[in-house]
Design a protein around this ligand. Structure first.
Ligand code: ADP
Length: 459
């Protein structure tokens, strides 16, 4: 500390010098020359001794005490960086030492407090749930980043305002009021429309008490449960879809079997026709169950794909006769452009499934006289499979949805061709489990192309 006040000592010193000078001026004329010399020497000597003494006292006692007092003042003001001049002498020395120690411990404590505050702030701000702190009068004291994510706006739009003035949702008002009223945890949920986003939000409100158990406010936590709701809805849809898909062939089989039993089996023509329908419907049922099992296996075994060396040309040789036959029946030209000896690491049966599903679709959704093409190529790291047709194509509005389970552009058409609505969902799943990519281009009445990229080394 540089600001030690030296002025009073200089004043004392000047007064002493002045008194001595005045005494000298009075006494000197009364003395002999010899006595004068001795007198002046004595006074000068005493003055020097006195000066040294004063400076010593000042340096050792007064300066450290003054400096300590000033540092104590600074500490009171909250400036914990202040340090005093350190003296090693006596009580004054101990005082300044203690003051410095006090200052550094205070500095340390505030630093730790600040760090803890920062950590807490970071945790609160990075929480996956929104948070709002309301005091007992209803004023918002704190909101976190996720809260603003859910409700929009900025920190200053909420903090310092009454919660019911800044949040419209009635369910939030109720949650805060109930937390205050019943002094216990409350739970509720609501749909929040912020911008174009529609979110399902779960609210949990809890009262806050001080150490004397007096209510001091409430903390409201907002969980974004949109994804969870979506999953729940998807599961419900799936169950409803499966039931619906199974119901149709079962009803049909039962109906025709009943008609046969009611006498239609005596009519040979009707019998053959109905038995044919029963056969077709049961085949559909079988395909459906097969695809459902395939999907559920894929989901379960995601992490345990059978990895092995896949000889693509061998798979294609297995699939081609099947597709050629179907294509021939519909008078569709089936063209192949396959690079020889393509090999990679993957799950052979699953890759075969991709080709079967896509080629089947290509033939099913291409009218007579059309063309279906299969291309296979590779580069250093990737396998490229391209399946294209000159068929009916997929309208733009349906393009993102055809990979969903049971989604069909034209349900009747899909069913007539034996489709289950699960083929593309299975393909997408297999491609994803192989860490590959699938792209689709399609134009109504012109045709559709699927391009699949699979990494050569499945990890
Ligand atoms: P499906 O068993 O009905 O064929 P998919 O999951 O294989 O089920 O296909 C979903 C829907 O996508 C089909 O119902 C059909 O409307 C459309 N689709 C699939 N492939 C083609 C294609 N090559 N050309 C036109 N539409 C297609």
């Amino acid at each position: 500390m540089g600001g030690v006040n030296i002025r009073p000592f200089i004043s004392y010193l000047l007064v002493v010098i002045f008194i001595m000078a005045a005494m000298g001026a009075i006494l000197i004329p009364l003395l002999s020359p010899m006595e004068r010399v001795i007198g002046i020497l004595t006074i000068s000597g005493s003055l020097i001794v006195f000066l040294v003494l004063i400076v010593n006292i000042f340096e050792k006692y007064i300066k450290p005490v003054q400096s300590s007092a000033m540092v104590a003042d600074e500490l009171v003001k909250g400036n914990y960086k202040a340090r005093t001049y350190v003296s090693y002498f006596g009580e004054a020395g101990r005082l300044s030492n203690s003051i410095n120690k006090l200052a550094s411990s205070l500095q340390e404590i505030t630093l730790q407090e600040k760090m803890q505050e920062n950590q807490l702030g970071t945790v609160i701000d990075n929480m996956e749930s929104g948070l709002m702190l309301v005091d007992e009068k209803g004023y918002v004291h704190m909101v976190n980043r996720k809260f603003m994510d859910i409700f929009g706006g900025k920190f200053k739009d909420y903090v310092g305002f009454l919660y019911y003035d800044v949040l419209e949702e009635e369910k939030i008002h109720q949650a805060v009021q109930e937390a205050f009223l019943y002094e216990e945890k409350v739970k509720d949920s609501f749909i929040n429309n912020h911008g174009i986003q529609r979110r399902f939000v779960e609210i949990v409100g809890a009262p806050i008490f001080n150490e004397k158990q007096v209510l001091k406010g409430a903390v409201i936590v907002f969980h974004d449960i949109t994804e969870l709701k979506k999953l729940e809805e998807m599961r419900k849809d799936f169950v409803a879809n499966v039931s619906h898909e199974l119901k149709t062939p079962i009803t049909s089989i039962r109906g025709f079997a009943e008609t046969l039993l009611d006498g239609a089996m005596d009519d040979p023509e009707a019998r053959t026709q109905f038995l044919n329908i029963i056969y077709k419907e049961s085949a559909r049922l079988q395909a459906l169950v097969h695809d459902l099992l395939e999907l559920s296996k894929l989901e379960k075994e995601e992490l345990q794909l059978y990895r092995g060396k896949v000889h693509l040309n061998r798979i294609i040789n297995d699939v081609v006769p099947l597709i050629s036959q179907q294509a021939e029946k519909k008078n569709i030209l089936f063209e192949k452009d396959i690079k020889a000896n393509i090999e990679f690491i993957g799950d052979m049966d699953r890759v075969k499934q991709i080709l079967i599903n896509l080629l089947n679709n290509a033939v099913n959704y291409t009218p007579e006289g059309g063309v279906v093409r299969l291309k296979a190529n590779e580069d250093e790291n990737t396998i490229y499979l391209e399946i294209s047709d000159t068929g009916i194509g997929i309208p733009d509005k349906d393009k993102t949805r055809v990979f969903e389970r049971f989604y069909r552009v034209d349900p009747a058409r899909s069913r007539n061709t034996g489709g289950t609505g699960l083929g593309l969902a299975i393909v997408k799943h297999i491609v994803e489990t192989h860490h590959g990519e699938i792209e689709m281009e399609s134009e109504v009445d012109k045709g559709t192309t699927f391009l699949i990229k699979l990494p050569k080394n499945l990890k």
